[in-house]
Each structure stands twice: as structure tokens, then as C-alpha cells.
Design a protein around this ligand. Sequence first.
Ligand code: AQP
Length: 329
Amino acid sequence: MAPIVFSGIQPTGQITLGNYLGALKHFVKAQHDAQSYYCIVDLHAITVPQDPKELKTRILDLAALYLAVGLDPQIATLFVQSDVKEHAELGWLLQCNVHMGELSRMTQYKEKAEGKDAVTVGLFTYPALMAADILLYQTNLVPVGEDQKQHIEITRDIALRFNARFGDTFTIPEGMITKEGARIMSLDDPTKKMSKSNPNPASRIELSDTPDEIRKKFSRAVTDSGRGVTFDPEKKAAVANLLTIYATITDRSIESIVNEYEGRGYGDFKKGLGEAVIAHLEPIQSRFQSLRQSGDVVDILQEGAHRARESAQKTIDLVKRNIGLGTYY
Ligand code: AQP
């Protein structure tokens, strides 16, 4: 039987090249050999403050982008998390099966809470909701970037513990972290991952950036001392990151790009990289524009939510029965 695949992206900003190369690009590849669920995780987005109007727009933008990069809604189920209420329901049930200590160790929570006077309880319990997202579909595989490894591990721990206590309920999922593009770093600081909520827009390439913005951002991207284009993640982390982007977006090997730029300076290399990214994004951007103007996106999302709900309800009924809750199942 085809494996069940689930993954999600938060509508928290403009989607970056990091999100694309670490996640979206793999979603498109995985859709043909799997029963796949791809979600816009808006309930996760509100763990930090969001402007309601902007949030709504970003949800539709993200849906159009999923489609523009090649997700086929006839094959994959594309939907918005809050349209399927079983996510919140299972999120609560799992919160009652996860420990404070486990949640306090999550690095994403520590990073997002750092320096803030007040953080929401939702930011703290986020991993239980993420576990619910995955377990609701009896997922086998979760394509994600490397930063999500810890969340996959806690999901597996929660599922194993739940099964041991209440009987066989959840499939134990596995992370699917592809080597290439799993961790794209910021253009202004190669020690930090590229992120859509980084306050410095020059730190990332957004999928909606114009060709001029892309050229400018790459030309200003930090490089390392020395001149040659060589791949050395330890000593030349910034150039290694740019090479990784170049190789992943063009589906070429790093070695062939290093050979192409042998004896040439960083300026030439960054120009070539910029043009490769522009050429790759151009058709995606034009499909995005026509999808956004077509008005089809909402229909696709509602159909997706309907399909997702059918599967989610079965799991919720099983979970409630096994815990001994309620009367309807
Ligand atoms: N820099 C990255 N390199 C590779 N993969 C990445 N992902 C994110 N950044 C990189 C992957 O994108 C998917 C969706 O991520 P998300 O929206 O759920 O949140 P995130 O991981 O926290 O991504 P951001 O861009 O950093 O969002 P904000 O700034 O809102 O927190 C995931 O599979 C992730 O691994």
C-alpha cells in the first residue's frame, strides 16, 4: 500500500527559499508515490501574534504557492488546519499525554521565547498540536527540513507512549529529511537558518521576490575570506550555503558548480546563482499570479478539508474510544 505522507507550513510570512528547498520541493516529488496530506498550519501561526487580515491573505497565498510549485490537488489533499477541527481536538488529548519537562526541552520554543516578556501557552504546547497534525492521518512519512527533527522525535515518543497505555492507536511516523537543502542558512549570517520571520528581509530570498531583488540580495550576501569558490562547510560556511542553494535549485552536483567557477571570483559566482534562482522561480511566480486571480484556491481548500476530515474523524473516534471518552463513536 502507498505510504501516508503528511507535512505542513505555517502562514507566518513570505515563503523563503529555505522553506522551498527544505520542504515544498520534496512535497511535490513525494506526492506521486503516496497518499499525501499537505496542510497550511494556521493554528500554529497564532502561537505568536498575527494581524487577522494579513493572516487570511497569507493562508490563500500559501495555498496558491503549494499549487504553483506543482502540488496536484487531484492527487494530494491540500487543506487549512483550522478547517479540520479534529486537529485542535487531538491536540488537547495529546497535551494530556505529554510532560512539561519534554516540552521545556524543545529548542524551537526556547528560541522563539528568548528575550520575550510574555509568551503564549500555545507556543509552549505547540509540539503536542504538531504531533496531532501528524498522527491524525496515521502518517508513515513526514517530509521536513532538519530544524523539525526534534518535533518528529517527540511525536514518535508521544505515539509510542499512547499506544503502550491505551492499545494500538497510532502509526509511528518517520521523518523524511532529504540531505540536499535540509538546512538553508541566512544570507547575512551562515550560522542561522534562513527564516521567514527574521526581521532582516535581506537575510532571505522570498519566492515572491522580483529578479532585481534576488540579484541584489545575492550580491550583498556575506561570503568568506579568500577568493575561490570551494565547498568547505566548516571554514567557508557562507560560500558552502550559496553552493548548496545553487546545486539544489538546479538539481546539479556541488562538484560540477565548483568546477564551473574554478579560477573565477565570488562576484561571477553570485551572479550565476542569482540568474539560476530567477529562472527557476519565474514559472512558479507566473502560475502563482494566475491561481490567485482565478478564485479556484478556496474551492480546492474546501474540497481538501472535506477529504482530510473523513480520515481525521476515524482516528479521533478510535482515540476517544481507547481513552474511554464521550458517547459518540
Ligand atoms: N532554512 C531552512 N532550510 C530548510 N528547510 C527549512 N524549513 C524552514 N526553514 C528552512 C522547513 O520548511 C517547512 C515549513 O516550516 P514552518 O513554516 O512550519 O516553520 P519553520 O520551520 O519555523 O520555518 P521558518 O521559515 O523559520 O518560519 P518562522 O520564521 O515562522 O518560524 C518545515 O519543514 C521546515 O523544516
